[in-house]
Design a protein around this ligand. Structure first.
Ligand code: BG6
Ligand code: MG
Length: 227
């Protein structure tokens, strides 16, 4: 019965970087610059492990890969300079940079009474959303300033569900990162991976992008995913 299934999803939680906008590439380029100061050539595979991970957890991982043992003060300095490079890239963002399918999907969800939330590890989330003209479309925004544990910990998604007043089982998460997919599964939510299927195989469904993603499809995932 389609009318019953339409009520299954109560909320959709969007990751930001790599889902709403292609800032994943900005993070990668900025980290590459800093890693090269440690004579470490950051690889694509490394970057997959940094997606969804907080700034300080990322700098610690890179230091480890580069076999650099340094002070917390220096790590903080590297993270700070990485952020300056990153924000410079972000300054060029406009509403045209919202990835395909995202804006119409948010609109369709809101029109159907489905709550929409942001669940991002980024402390720059509000700045980026503002650049994209999307600051006011979310019912709830949970970002890197609101959580103490980085994905794959489910804290960011559980907080978003809590603030929306919905059960985790009634949420679908959109994610581009393996750490984010794991966080959503640990939160007991359904998850759609957007991007490389070989990196996101644990997701309930993997799509190249959100171009043709509809509420009907989201509801089907919920039903298919019920254990
Ligand atoms: C996540 C990105 O969304 O945010 C990570 O996938 C990034 O690459 C993390 O490290 C923290 O972002 P920010 O903007 O607070 O440095
Ligand atoms: Mg992401």
């Amino acid at each position: 019965m389609p009318s019953d299934t339409m009520h299954n999803i109560q909320a959709v939680i969007f990751d930001l970087d790599g889902v709403i906008v292609d800032t994943a590439q900005f993070h990668y380029n900025a980290w590459k610059t800093l890693a090269s100061e440690w004579d470490y050539a950051l690889k694509h595979e490394d970057n997959e492990q940094l997606k969804g991970v907080s700034r300080m957890d990322s700098v610690n991982k890179i230091a480890q890969w580069a076999n650099v043992h340094t002070t917390t003060e220096q790590l903080l300095d590297v993270a700070h300079r990485k952020n300056e490079i990153y924000l410079n890239f972000c300054n060029q963002l406009t509403p045209e940079h919202v990835l395909p399918g995202i804006a119409p999907l948010i609109e369709a969800l809101r029109a159907s009474g489905v709550l929409v939330s942001l669940g991002s590890a980024s402390k720059n989330a509000r700045f980026v959303l503002d650049k994209l003209g999307l600051l006011d479309v979310f019912d709830v925004i949970v970002d890197g300033n609101d959580v103490s544990k980085s994905k794959p910990n489910p804290e960011v998604f559980l907080k978003a569900a809590h603030h929306m007043g919905v059960s985790p089982q009634d949420c679908v998460v959109l994610e581009d990162a393996p750490a984010g997919v794991e966080a959503a599964l640990t939160a007991n939510m359904k998850v759609i991976g957007l991007g490389d299927a070989s990196e996101l195989q644990k997701a309930h469904l993997v799509l190249d992008n959100a171009k043709n993603l509809s509420l009907g499809q989201l509801n089907q995932i919920k039903i298919k995913g019920v254990a």
